[in-house]
Design a protein around this ligand. Structure first.
Ligand code: 0O2
Length: 212
């Protein structure tokens, strides 16, 4: 594909990411309006860079003509949560949405990856309205806690540096760090009620100060 063809191919993916970022961030605002605990801390999204698409296609033996059906994460969204429980709430919410059709879920929380990676992946068909009609594209939503996200972000950068071949010492440390992140999530879950109460008091105080 030349540059123009890539641009045309990726346009609906960009459209999907832009739309979903607005929609999913909107959910957080809704919780804030209702002054209830938001299971969503923040949302990010990106279209996979062309170099990464080509890399992955080579690695997974995906023909470029089949990208549309065989590469699930060209349009990627991430939803970060404070607590492990919130992930379930977010997934349940996604399952009820009428604007996307879930085709696969991968639970790397109950079944962590060999690397130590934890996250919940939802793959869905999402319809994009284009000038030539509706196009259904695949999107991947990764749902994880802040601790899981911290680990994955650091590991991703190191992976880039070492091209997947981590020295043993680093690989072991990363696994330990993944376990520490898991324990942090567990500890935080145990004081979830306290944290939420404190957050509610803090929000009310800020609102009062703002209206003074
Ligand atoms: P990027 O840069 O995040 O866009 P595979 O690549 O074979 O593992 P597959 O079959 O597409 O993946 O599905 P999977 O594993 O459900 O999703 C792949 C994506 O999950 C990755 O995208 C990462 O975003 C994330 N991920 C999976 N495993 C790991 C891991 O061990 N460490 C980190 N940091 N992230 C992981 P890409 O394609 O790697 O790229």
């Amino acid at each position: 594909m030349n540059e123009r063809e890539w641009e045309l191919f990726l346009a609906p993916y960009q459209q999907a990411v832009d739309e979903l970022k607005v929609k999913l961030k909107g959910l957080r605002s809704e919780y804030e309006l209702e002054s209830s605990h938001s299971p969503i801390e923040f949302v990010t999204g990106r279209v996979k860079p062309i170099a990464s698409i080509l890399d992955k296609a080579k690695r997974k033996n995906i023909h470029l003509d089949m990208l549309h059906s065989d590469m699930q994460d060209i349009a990627g969204l991430r939803m970060m949560c404070q607590f492990t429980d919130d992930i379930r709430a977010v997934v349940n919410m996604l399952r009820k949405r009428k604007d996307l059709e879930i085709v696969e879920e991968r639970d790397y929380i109950s079944h962590k990856k060999e690397s130590g990676y934890r996250s919940y992946h939802v793959v869905a068909h999402y319809p994009v309205q284009t000038i030539s009609g509706e196009k259904k594209i695949l999107i991947e939503i990764q749902i994880r806690t802040l601790a899981m996200n911290f680990w994955a972000t650091v590991e991703h950068s190191l992976n880039y540096k070492y091209k997947g071949n981590f020295p043993d010492a680093i690989r072991i440390r990363l696994k330990r760090a993944a376990e520490a992140a898991y324990r942090l999530d567990e500890e935080m879950s145990l004081i979830k009620g306290e944290i939420q109460e404190a957050h509610a008091i803090f929000s009310r105080k800020t609102e009062t100060n703002e209206s003074d």
